[in-house]
Design a protein around this ligand. Structure first.
Ligand code: GLY
Length: 363
């Protein structure tokens, strides 16, 4: 496809904006249709860049995640330079304390995936104040975080605007009109649109437009803040426990997540959800119970039956998919933008797409 051809991104969340910026930087004419920025999973998550702490097994998904983690430094610098804003990227490492000693204290390693087992004494030296029943844990120095909520999404949005991406807000795409080979137009609540190519980036809502298995997986979250008189900041790395994570930002905000609930698009917070987060976080890092609460929120991860994304070509020649990133959308944003742009603009079919094709569900 010629770069000057018009591309419509259906979905203005983190993946849609990352793609919009990349395509525009490569010379394409890009329009983003965004229904509601606030509901996008990229804004809701804690911003962990955690392929190792998440224990993604060796294989194509881990390869994709590691490729993306390796892009993060340059990608966020580029966005920061374009906009003058800060993304909050912080390669701080992730500490994963455990309450039961594992059978083996070595993990499969490559030069890109170093990991270290720390006995209780050593883990307490690295992170004082962990709970009494922590027996040890893993240190993943190459995992990290980005401040998605206050930094990355705003930076991407500004970059898209400054580069001249057309962003249409509060627009709901109702139908994709198709011929046997192509999407011919899309019908929205603000009229009909057509383009040379379309990319679906609608996250947990992808199943509303196409018959693909992407479902919402709800997560509730909260944040606390380290009191002003607490010097120096007590946490300088992410803590990744069992069903709980504690993500300290550089300015003393601490994000705590997240529940994982199969409740469809049921909105809102629940006492059970918040109680689970608070008790898990306090068990892992007890002093948190003294820190003032800042905010509660929730959102929907885009889950697929095999927990892998749907990336690359679709049944229709001019429709590409970039959905279903589940727990790893923030981590996978730069590699998704790179690989999908290579495909849409230059027809480069990355071998990794083979594992993430949508026809694995509908052969
Ligand atoms: N990435 C962590 C989560 O989805 O909760």
């Amino acid at each position: 496809m010629k770069p000057e051809n018009e591309i419509i991104l259906i979905g203005g969340g983190l993946i849609g904006l990352s793609l919009a910026v990349e395509l525009k930087l490569r010379g394409a004419t890009v329009t983003v249709l965004s229904r509601n920025q606030q509901e996008a999973a990229g804004l809701v998550g804690a911003g962990m860049l955690a392929p190792q702490a998440e224990q993604i097994p060796p294989g194509p998904m881990l390869d994709l995640c590691l490729r993306s983690r390796a892009l993060y430094n340059d990608w966020t610098r580029k966005l920061e330079k374009l906009t003058g804003l800060e993304t909050g990227y912080w390669p701080c490492g992730i500490l994963a304390p455990v309450y039961e000693r594992p059978d083996s204290t070595t993990l499969p390693q490559t030069p890109d995936t170093p990991s270290y087992w720390l006995e209780r004494e050593a883990i307490l030296q690295q992170q004082p104040g962990l709970g009494d029943d922590v027996v040890g844990g893993w240190w993943f120095p190459q995992d990290g975080q980005v401040d998605n909520r206050r930094g990355l999404v705003k930076t991407l949005y500004r970059a898209a605007q400054e580069l001249g991406v057309k962003i249409i807000e509060e627009i709901t795409v109702k139908t994709l009109v198709t011929s046997p080979e192509k999407v011919t137009e899309i019908i929205t609540n603000q009229g009909n649109f057509s383009a040379d190519h379309y990319i679906l980036t609608t996250g947990a809502w992808a199943g509303d437009l196409l018959s693909i298995p992407v479902y919402p997986r709800k997560g509730q979250m909260l944040s606390v803040r380290v009191p002003d008189d607490f010097e120096p900041l007590p946490l300088k790395q992410v803590l990744f426990g069992s069903n709980i994570y504690i993500v300290p930002r550089r300015d003393g905000l601490i994000v705590i997540g997240a529940t994982s609930e199969d409740v469809g698009f049921t909105c809102g917070l629940t006492p059970n959800g918040i109680e689970t987060l608070l008790s898990g976080a306090i068990r892992l890092y007890p002093i948190l119970k003294e820190f003032p609460i800042q905010e509660f929120w929730w959102g929907f991860r885009p889950e697929t039956p095999d927990l892998l994304p749907l990336l690359g070509p679709s049944y229709w020649d001019n429709l590409t998919l970039a959905v279903g990133h589940y727990r790893n959308g923030i981590l996978l944003a730069p590699v998704t933008a790179e690989l999908i742009s290579n495909w849409v603009l230059d027809g480069q079919y990355d071998p990794l797409f083979e594992q993430f094709r949508s026809d694995r569900f509908h052969p």
